[in-house]
Write a protein that binds this ligand. Structure first.
Ligand code: CA
Ligand code: CA
Length: 232
């Protein structure tokens, strides 16, 4: 009798300890820090199935908040739900390369008047099926800068153009390839010369950014990070 009672106590205690450990693991309290990593719902610096479980628990109301709630919103649709959890699991399983948002970027430079410098126009975090087609205008202040040269940097199968004289204040970088380009890519390198003192914004105007879906390219919803060139 006493042995049975002890066994029952031990079983309940073990279960309670196990549930406690699972809760701590799922909540990520033991290792939580800060992170802006998309998908990292518990801020432990990793994106894994624990994050997917946390997002699902939040979605069904078992958790009222997440430690890094902004990270849990992975597809920028304004909701944290099973779609976000699925995207996390796709990364875990290797079906997606990253949950970080696609970006179109251009660099920034300080230059002396009369001096020449280079900035790259590129894309980051491109996932499968990859980048197929792009047409991106880089606008600048022609009272401060002149374009010396514009060189397309893509050398694979397809066609690319970098037009330094597209408009009086804009360079156009465009290209197309049947092979989906993945990851981080430099699309063009542009040489500017400072012609007067001042600061010129480098503003990206993304006209086309489409993926390599066979027969039906889809627009890639990318964030834009502009740059500046300061001439002194
Ligand atoms: Ca995590
Ligand atoms: Ca979402």
């Amino acid at each position: 009798m006493a042995q049975a009672a002890f066994g029952s106590w031990w079983t309940r205690s073990a279960l309670a300890a196990l549930v406690g450990c699972l809760f701590l693991a799922l909540a990520g309290h033991a290792t939580a820090g800060t992170s802006s990593l998309s998908g990292d719902a518990n801020c432990d610096g990793r994106v894994n199935s624990i994050d997917a479980a946390l997002i699902l628990q939040f979605d069904v109301g078992l958790l009222s908040s997440l430690r890094c709630q902004d990270n849990a919103e992975t597809n920028r649709d304004g909701r944290i739900n099973a779609v976000d959890a699925l995207r996390v699991l796709q990364v875990v399983a290797g079906f997606m390369d990253t949950l970080e948002p696609p970006l179109v970027t251009v660099g920034s430079l300080p230059l002396m008047v009369g001096q020449q410098g280079f900035v790259d126009v590129g894309v980051r975090n491109i996932i499968r099926p990859g980048l197929c087609c792009w047409a991106i205008d880089l606008r600048y202040d022609p009272d401060v800068l002149s374009v010396v040269e514009c060189q397309a940097r893509f050398t694979g199968m397809g066609a690319v153009v970098c037009d330094p004289d597209f408009e009086a204040d804009a360079v156009r970088v465009s290209g197309a390839t049947p092979v989906g380009l993945l990851g981080d890519l430099v699309l063009a390198t542009i040489a500017f010369r400072c012609t007067a003192a001042g600061t010129s914004p480098l503003t990206l105007d993304v006209g086309v950014l489409a993926d390599a879906t066979v027969g039906n390219p889809q627009a890639i919803d990318a964030e834009v990070r502009n740059g500046t060139i300061t001439c002194t």
